[in-house]
Ligand binder design. Structure first.
Ligand SMILES: *Cc1c(COP(=O)(O)O)cnc(C)c1O
Length: 473
């Protein structure tokens, strides 16, 4: 496929803009060289992007069971609502954007109710950004109490890779603790790890292998008794939203991925929202501005001991509008129902696939489950990667692969509540057929995919020698 710069010819252009009918203004620092833009017609540009769109796979193309990423359907009404706010500028005076501030205030209230948190910021642009922000709140809390010894964050070995990375970015040292056989926190190991240097614990519950940790109250108590705070990685809230609340599990700070659980589009680095919630005693540290309300209306204010901004303006506002639309559409009954159906769907697939595939942990699972293909690989030579590539030929996006790291030949499947039983039946049939194919003709799977725009990529080469810029012929 040609790049856009390789198409068109000089003189071709878009006919979107009418001729200029106002006086031209000379900039103080005019461009010295002409901009290197492609010379293409509107038709050609449209075709180019349509062709690109046909070569990628999204939730609107087919099944996308990317574990831990919650690739659920994005309702179109969310887009309609976000479009209502498209004419707003972030520098407008407060009194002219009362509706926007109400959106933020209302979202804070509803998400606070869902999570058991008292205050929230929507500035972070992604989950990992939310983790970083939440950890800075923990850091500010200890610093204000003059407790400089608390420099360590405890992270279980099953954690999402962003957790230890964010802790290091926020200036902490990471202490890894092992998981038990059931994938849950080893409570004794935690007891041994906490101490006067513990700043906090980062945890996902249900954890990254799709298991709800039943010891959660004891876990958060151990950390609190040692003087640390508890951080909840809420990217997996889809399994429990409206059913149990991290605030009630004993967590002090959380982040949510509005772009996962709350149905706003994601992938490809698009705008996300890693909203951060906290308990009342941490409100004063939140990034500013936050939205407050009095008789005169909504205001933007900076919390007393704010850690400062973590992003320009107010975060990705349109993502918050979409998430709020989703919450209001589902309502008080719909939110827990979505969570229960997500869990039901995952268990349905887990049960059907157990016919042939080995599960890393015994069920029932929460919103996702992890298979281990080590035995299949030993028997046939076909790896988790080969099965994943085989799925591509059937228009199915592979599950998350080789994660969590504690499971060999892992495939982590998260169907989400937005898939029908018919779709899941069809996908299970493909999975089971691929199992048979691995035994009958392993070479066919080593050769897969054969029906995609590109075949197997050199992933090591792509990582070691990335080509990130178009450099011409
Ligand atoms: C997706 C995810 C994150 C990171 O979210 P990003 O928006 O990709 O930065 C963190 N933790 C868990 C458990 C996740 O699934």
């Amino acid at each position: 496929m040609k790049l856009i710069f390789e198409k068109g010819a000089p003189g071709q252009h878009l006919s979107l803009m009418p001729p200029c009918d106002v006086p031209e203004v000379t900039l103080s620092r005019p461009r010295t060289e002409p901009l290197n833009l492609p010379h293409v017609s509107e038709t050609e540009l449209t075709r180019h992007y349509t062709a690109l769109a046909k070569r990628v796979h999204g939730v609107n193309d087919g099944f996308y069971p990317l574990g831990s990423c919650t690739m659920k359907y994005n309702p179109k009404i969310n887009e309609d609502m976000a479009a209502l706010f498209s004419q707003i500028h972030p520098l407008q005076p407060e009194e002219t954007v009362q509706g926007c501030l109400e959106v933020l205030h209302e979202s804070e209230k509803l998400l606070g109710e869902i999570t058991g948190m008292d205050a929230m910021t929507f500035q972070p642009a992604a989950g990992a950004h939310g983790e970083f922000t939440g950890l800075l709140l923990i850091k500010a809390y200890h610093a204000r109490r003059n407790d400089a010894a608390r420099t360590k964050i405890i992270v279980p070995d099953s954690a999402h890779g962003t957790n230890p990375a964010s802790a290091v970015m926020a200036g902490f040292t990471v202490v890894n603790i092992p998981s038990g056989e059931d994938g849950c926190v080893d409570v004794e190991a935690l007891r041994g790890a906490v101490g006067p240097d513990t700043a906090g614990l980062m945890l996902t519950n249900p954890n990254t292998v799709g298991i709800f940790d039943r010891n959660i109250l004891e876990i958060t108590r151990i950390v609190h008794d040692a003087g640390g705070l508890c951080y909840y990685d809420g990217a997996n809230l889809n399994a429990v939203m409206g059913v149990v609340r991290p605030g009630d599990m004993g967590f002090d700070v959380i982040h949510l991925n509005l772009h996962k659980t709350f149905s706003t589009p994601h992938g490809g680095g698009g705008p996300g929202s890693g909203a951060v919630g906290c308990k009342e005693f941490l409100r004063c540290f939140l990034p500013g501005p936050v939205v407050t309300r009095d008789e005169a209306g909504y205001h933007l204010t900076v919390p007393e001991h704010s850690i400062g901004r973590v992003k320009d303006f107010y975060g990705n506002f349109s993502v918050v509008v979409k998430a709020l639309t989703y919450i209001l559409t589902l309502g008080r009954e719909g939110i827990p129902e979505a969570a229960r159906n997500a869990v039901l769907n995952a268990n349905y697939m887990m049960k059907r696939l157990s016919e042939k595939y080995a599960m890393a942990y015994a069920g029932p699972c929460m919103h996702e489950f992890v298979m281990t293909l080590q035995d299949l690989k030993d028997a046939t030579g076909c790896s988790a990667m080969d099965i994943a590539k085989g799925l591509l030929d059937h228009g199915i996006h592979p599950p998350t692969m080789y994660f969590p790291l504690i499971v060999h030949e892992a495939l982590m499947v998260e169907p989400t509540e937005t898939e029908s039983q018919e779709t899941m039946d069809e996908v299970c049939r493909v999975f089971l057929d691929l199992w048979d194919l691995a035994h009958q003709n392993p070479q066919a799977l080593h050769d897969a995919p054969t029906r995609t725009p590109v075949r197997r990529l050199d992933e090591v080469g792509a990582a070691r020698n990335p080509v990130l810029r178009y450099t011409g012929e």
